[in-house]
Design a binder for this molecule. Structure first.
Ligand code: ADP
Length: 497
């Protein structure tokens, strides 16, 4: 096994990256960012990369999208024939993106569904998409060395390659790497829908798509992909336990030698306090004076006391129990009593929204809450706060703790998933070594969280130590280059096998 960080010489590989989201065209969650950020890194390393994504209604009409010369691929599903349109777009980073267009399936208001309901025909939608991808390899006579695919929407690709491979041996040579972004969504459907898939009957088997009497798309990839990855090393371990394995911990334990956690990066151009277009002042790890100005602007904008010297805690999150927002609500009075002000931005569960409004009403000038989604305010909070609270119960990777470190806003996090892998807890040793970048609790409890916040607030008074921590946090490398190296090492090993 090649260790991360070691220089590796890659011969050129052909990489097909198949995803249901891409930030250039459509975004629901972090998968979209990964799809927009990783392929350019592969291309920059000299590999031939093609990205495949459905052509949703949200695909911006002002983008110049050329028809592919081969116009259509034809696939079958649910007893019907689908002529799927092909659009080709070259991104500014020089990556070839193929958008698969079939408006009846993808030209809708939502990506996976609308409101809280998934589309009833999601199995058909993604069956058509995946088959169209597989078919395009043959139509274009472009067979990848590596098929890199993501989450349940693409998890049937091993079955479609195997089915297609019975007639065409070139499919058998493709090495398959499946990345788990969220094990909680598995694509589970009633077995009565199996006919929709256009797969031979023998794939309805526990080694392929069958799981406890149902179709489970995720299972197909977990069983059949040549290699599995997920988005942080700690989450890779956690999903092998019953607590976070969502019923697949046994399979993942059995495949632990073909399972690797590779941390996501962040977009260090968009999230750069030296240039961030949303900020009223800019700053760097070496000269952080602009941060104080951001704090003043934030305090004023949110109607908080502007007396300097008082620490400010920030939160930007979906308001869910996963994110530990209930823990913050429960200790809000104590946080204020300890001398901090709190600014929160988010939306989600209704009871949390109401409870947070209650906190703000109880502590005018000390607690401010904005319910909703606000990109500009999210950037301003990352820059203007001193401490960022993110006590998630579980977190496959997490972005906000990385944004906050890059902005010199030291995070308080729970030791789980990507939080455990990115934040170095301030203790005697790490403070002495100058490696501390935040504060880490071992259990997601109100008591542990409050004690850690109180510890952080005490340390905040030690200005020299705080500045040192802030600099270490801001200088941490969260670039995508590092992630890409991890993936390319996996690809290289598979191709050489
Ligand atoms: P998750 O994907 O589980 O929600 P992450 O920390 O990985 O959590 O990513 C959340 C992303 O969404 C971050 O970019 C964060 O800044 C952004 N975000 C979440 N809630 C809001 C909000 N209310 N307004 C603006 N941005 C938000």
């Amino acid at each position: 096994m090649v260790e991360c960080g070691q220089p590796v010489r890659h011969s050129q590989m052909k990489i097909a990256f198949v995803t249901a989201e891409h930030a250039l065209f459509v975004k629901v969650g972090g998968l979209a960012d990964v799809a927009a950020s990783l392929p350019p890194q592969f291309a920059a390393a000299g590999h031939a990369v093609r990205v495949y994504v459905p052509y949703y209604a949200q695909v911006a009409s002002n983008l110049h999208l050329a028809w592919d010369t081969k116009h259509f691929v034809t696939v079958r599903a649910a007893g019907r024939v689908f002529h799927v349109g092909l659009f080709h777009h070259v991104t500014s980073a020089g990556v070839d993106v193929y958008l698969m267009r079939y408006d009846e399936l993808f030209g809708r208001g939502g990506v996976y569904g609308e409101g809280n309901r998934g589309y009833e025909d999601n199995l058909l939608r993604f069956a058509v998409f995946q088959q169209a991808v597989v078919e395009h390899f043959a139509v274009d006579e472009w067979f990848p060395d590596i098929l890199h695919f993501h989450d349940w929407h693409t998890a049937l690709l091993p079955a479609y390659c195997a089915a297609r491979g019975e007639l065409d041996r070139r499919y058998g040579a493709i090495k398959q790497v499946f990345t788990i972004h969220n094990l909680g969504y598995q694509g589970v459907f009633d077995p009565s829908q199996y006919w929709v898939l256009n797969l031979p009957g023998h794939f309805y088997h526990q080694d392929w798509v069958e799981h406890f009497g149902a179709i489970n798309c995720m299972k197909c990839a977990l069983m059949q992909a040549h290699y599995l990855t997920t988005v942080s090393p700690t989450y890779a371990k956690e999903i092998q336990t019953p607590a976070l394995g969502f019923g697949f911990d046994g399979i993942l334990r059995a495949r632990q030698h073909e399972l690797k956690g590779i941390l996501n990066g962040i977009d260090t151009e968009v999230w750069d306090p030296a240039t961030d277009v949303y900020l009223p002042a800019h700053y760097t790890a070496v000269n952080a004076t602009g941060k104080a100005r951001c704090k003043q602007v934030l305090l004023k904008a949110m109607g908080l006391h502007t007396r300097p010297g008082l620490p400010l805690c920030g939160v930007v999150a979906r308001l869910t129990e996963q994110k530990g927002i209930d823990l913050i609500i429960a200790i809000m009075d104590e946080i204020v009593r300890a001398g901090a002000r709190v600014v929160m931005l988010g939306s989600g569960e209704q009871w949390m929204e109401e409870a947070l409004r209650g906190c703000a009403a109880r502590h005018p000038g000390n607690v401010a809450v904005r319910i909703g989604f606000d990109e500009r305010l999210a950037h301003l909070i990352e820059a203007g706060a001193d401490i960022f609270l993110m006590p998630s119960r579980f977190e496959p990777c997490g972005l906000n703790q990385m944004y906050s470190m890059r902005y010199g806003t030291l995070p308080v996090v729970h030791r789980t998933g990507g939080l455990a892998d990115t934040v170095v807890d301030a203790n005697d040793e790490t403070l002495r070594l100058g490696t501390a970048t935040g504060f880490v609790i071992d259990e997601p409890t109100t008591r542990a969280l409050l004690e850690k916040i109180q510890f952080a607030l005490a340390l905040y008074e030690d200005r020299a130590t705080w500045r040192r921590m802030r600099r270490a946090a801001m200088q941490t490398d969260f670039s995508w280059e590092k992630s890409a190296r991890g993936y390319l090492q996996v690809f290289e090993q598979l191709v050489q096998r």
